[in-house]
Design a protein around this ligand. Structure first.
Ligand code: 2P0
Length: 323
């Protein structure tokens, strides 16, 4: 009753910030994302008749909030399988956790994949996406690979692959500007934005048009169109964050310096654009021929601690031969 799964974090080009309903953790909007195959989370789930409660170790540490979310996902899997067994969950990331690199997305995608595998469940994709969503609204996007569209239909989450990694080989250069966990989690930050930002309603109202434009740009492999749209959507989300009370200022000076540098490079004809999530890291999305220059330019910016590089990756999957 043990299985191990691997999943990759994802970065949204048209983002999710805010919920339609807290019950079921239903996002207010759809989103469009890239899966980062160069970064990985590996999660082992072992159901054990001797355990009185679930035990969750994230990079070797226990954390009550994450454990409660993990148990909520496992409860759904237990219900599907008709069992009451508790589980030991061990999850490791090969990249900084909780600092705006979507570790919860890859973590919960790997969790539900391993959990379903350990219980021998063959769930429909949509059901697995719903269970992953309870843990993290962005996790369903890491169940599939390449470019992924998440939409809400009634109260369900539907994910589809818009392009496989080989269809459009984009590369992502991540500039890490801090390595600690962020001060305000996405879940708390979103609730504050919904309640206090005067721009929140405009964000939701204009989101459908952004999603349609982003999708059209991906389908047409139109890099300049995607670049303009993704940067606009990112900055619009940060406008909501900045106008939240208390304000959510996720950027560092190095974050902003990277944004300026990336815009400058694009003006000079380099195929690159930025996106930034609920943290200070900058993700530069580029065509592969530009990746070396982009990595060198960002590495030279004061305050950039580390550069990570990633091609597009595959969706969550079980490890065939776990040790
Ligand atoms: C995104 N983020 O679309 C946006 C951009 C953060 C900024 O999806 O509350 O950590 O657990 O559903 O999954 C963060 O989402 O939040 C997120 P919860 P989650 O990538």
């Amino acid at each position: 009753m043990r299985a191990v799964a691997v999943a990759h974090p994802n970065v949204a080009l048209v983002k999710y910030w805010g919920k339609r309903a807290r019950a079921g953790n239903l996002p207010a909007t759809g989103s469009l994302s890239l899966v980062l195959g160069g970064l990985a989370t590996e999660t082992s789930v072992r159901f054990d008749p001797h355990l009185a409660r679930d035990r969750v170790l994230l990079d070797g540490r226990e954390d009550a909030e994450t454990s409660a979310r993990v148990s909520a996902c496992l409860d759904e899997l237990r219900r599907e399988a008709g069992v009451g067994l508790r589980a030991t969950v061990e999850s490791r990331n090969d990249f900084p956790t909780g600092a705006g690199l979507a570790s919860s997305a890859s973590g919960f995608a790997a969790l539900v994949t391993a959990g379903a595998g350990a219980l021998g469940l063959q769930l429909e994709d949509q059901r697995l996406a719903e269970i992953a969503r309870l843990g993290s609204g962005s996790a369903p996007r890491s169940l599939l690979g390449g470019v992924v569209l998440l939409t809400n239909r009634d109260a369900t989450t539907v994910c589809e692959q818009v392009a496989a990694p080989a269809d459009w080989p984009l590369e992502i250069v991540v500039a890490v500007t801090t390595t600690g966990p962020k001060e305000t989690s996405s879940r708390i930050g979103m609730a504050l934005s919904e309640q206090t930002s005067p721009y929140y309603d405009a964000w939701v109202e204009t989101h459908g048009a952004d999603l349609a434009a982003g999708l059209a740009a991906v389908r047409a492999r139109d890099f300049p169109a995607l670049a303009g749209l993704a940067e606009h959507n990112c900055l619009k989300m940060h406008a909501v964050m900045l106008t939240t009370r208390p304000p959510l200022i996720y950027w560092t000076p190095a974050t902003l310096a990277c944004l300026h540098r990336i815009q400058e490079m694009r003006r000079d004809g380099v195929p690159v654009f930025f996106t930034v999530d609920a943290g200070p890291q900058v993700k530069a999305v580029c065509l592969p021929q530009a990746a070396d220059d982009v990595a060198t330019a960002l590495a030279g910016i004061p305050g950039v601690l580390r550069i990570l590089r990633s091609p597009l990756g595959e969706g969550a999957r079980l490890r065939a031969n776990p040790d």
